[in-house]
Ligand binder design. Structure first.
Ligand code: CP
Ligand code: NVA
Length: 306
């Protein structure tokens, strides 16, 4: 593993090693034992879009590991505008030991990885959000002690988070069922790849338009915003189509009685998820948010450690 651009590039073994390392790091942190293994190392973080979780969890994660993170706002680098993506990658690589990039175009994070001589981590692109989905596997594993065979229902927009969940779940033998409004399904090539991974692991990946049948008997009910960053102009047009995909108490009642409700956050409360559900006893959304930090520390150690 040299970069972390999409979960599709990882083997099941690499995923499991990251999950186990995150578990150990979280245990150490709980007991007050942070180990400065990245002392003297720097992480450059390029953000073209806003962030709470990704920025803060990487920054604090680097602090725990004894290193330093630099936040580079959209005004600083102006990726691909002030200078080429390749030049930015080459120059940054002379200063820092790793790069996190949150970009609009997925091609930009791929190009950074091609030209950087240090590891590049995708902090979200319009195509995938791998740090999120890998952390989510960790959160589910932490709760259930296993992943194989668990059923995850994703209800809503077939977006970057959906794509990464499809890759992540299928790589570890879970059953993932996606329900999206017609025209807003995840990309067909992603679904095909996830189905191919699932065939190797005993998992399953299915996509449809019926939220109720997707959620029926599921162990996890997952949703995300109906309009992602950069799609704000489509909000009014999407709202009427997405109504039947709201994760509310009635929908969650169809899942397994002990089902967990997940959302990557930020949430648009009252749209894709009701207050009652996100604040209810089955919701684990804040554990999810916390676990971003633990899982990403495992990534940083794996990619940047000696
Ligand atoms: N879930 C997530 O990536 O949150 P931020 O956009 O706040 O980083
Ligand atoms: N799908 C959302 C995820 C935010 C963490 C977006 O891209 O805006």
């Amino acid at each position: 593993m040299r970069h972390f651009v999409t979960i599709a590039d990882l083997s099941a073994d690499e995923i499991w090693r990251l999950l186990e390392l995150a578990k150990n790091l979280k245990d150490d942190w709980r007991h007050g034992g942070n180990n400065p293994v990245l002392a003297g190392k720097a992480l450059g973080m390029i953000f073209q879009k806003p962030s709470l979780r990704t920025r803060v969890s990487f920054e604090v994660g680097m602090l725990h590991l004894g290193g330093q993170a630099l936040y580079l706002s959209p005004q600083e680098i102006q990726l691909g505008q002030r200078e080429s993506v390749a030049d930015a990658a080459r120059v940054l690589s002379r200063y820092v030991d790793g790069i996190v990039a949150r970009v609009f175009a997925h091609a930009d994070v791929e190009e950074l990885a091609v030209h950087a001589s240090v590891p590049v981590i995708n902090g979200l692109s319009d195509f995938v959000h791998p740090c999120q989905a890998l952390s989510d596997l960790f959160t589910i594993y932490e709760r259930r002690g296993a992943l194989q065979g668990l059923k995850l229902a994703y209800v809503g927009d077939g977006n970057n988070v959906t794509h990464s969940l499809l890759f992540a779940a299928s790589k570890v033998g879970m059953e993932i069922r996606v329900a999206s409004p017609s025209g807003y399904e995840p990309r067909g090539d992603v679904v095909s790849r996830a189905q191919a991974f699932a065939q190797e692991t005993g998992g399953k990946a299915v996509v449809g338009t019926d939220a109720r049948s997707a959620v029926s008997g599921a162990d996890v009910v997952y949703t995300d915003v109906w309009t992602s960053m950069g799609q704000e102009g489509e909000r009014a047009g999407r709202m009427p189509l997405f109504g039947p995909y709201q994760v509310n108490a009635e929908l969650v009642a169809l899942a397994a009685p002990d089902a967990m409700v997940m959302h990557c956050l930020p949430a648009h409360r009252g749209e894709e998820i009701t207050d009652e559900v996100i604040d209810g006893g089955q919701s684990i959304v804040y554990d999810q948010a916390e676990n971003r930090m633990h899982l990403q520390k495992a990534l940083l150690l794996t990619l940047m450690g000696d």
